[in-house]
Design a protein around this ligand. Sequence first.
Ligand code: ZN
Length: 226
Amino acid sequence: MSWIKSRILSSIPGVVHGFGRRDSGDTERIAGAFGLKRVARLKQVHGCRIVFADDEEIFDSAALEGDGLVNASRGFGVAAAAADCVPVLFADEGGTVTAAVHAGWRGTLAGISAEALRLIEERYGVPPGRMRAVIGPSIKLCCYEVGEDVASLFLGKFGPDGGYLYEKGGGKYMLDLPRMTGIILERAGAGAVETLAPCTKCDDGFYSYRREGKGVPSQLSFIGLL
Ligand SMILES: [Zn+2]
């Protein structure tokens, strides 16, 4: 297991995290390696549903559907799987609440990362300004070509500014999903945002849907509270 670490999450006491590559292993292996009792993950469905770990029996079931998990219990972790989609990990600066979000283009368009911040404030009273968010390895502007249909949805919702969309001609566009996620997080008032460099399609140390096709496994990224 070789994990990519965020600078802004590594400095929070009591928080462990990692963005995985192909060798990330499963949630049990992560729990064992990092001293967590359990690490939960969801059956991801490219939606906008956020699940609170203390609401459901999520640590015993991988069948619960959703695309974001929030955890505030010590000894537990939450994970998001992705193979080109954007994994986003969150923690507050005091190390009391964490979240793992999976955002493909649909989840990004729906603003799932802003929804996570909103729900964390509603439930735990932690305002977005005290939250740190890290945008993990994903497909980047270099490789993420989309058609007019997807591009027009983003233009309609977010407008043309921000440098997240470039027209190539022939009805094709290059979409910068991590940049878009950064814009969404900044507009939602996140206290700190960091974006990690690797492109999952360019770097074959990662699983990539666009490079390897349907049925490709995904790497896990996780965050836990010790
Ligand atoms: Zn690339």
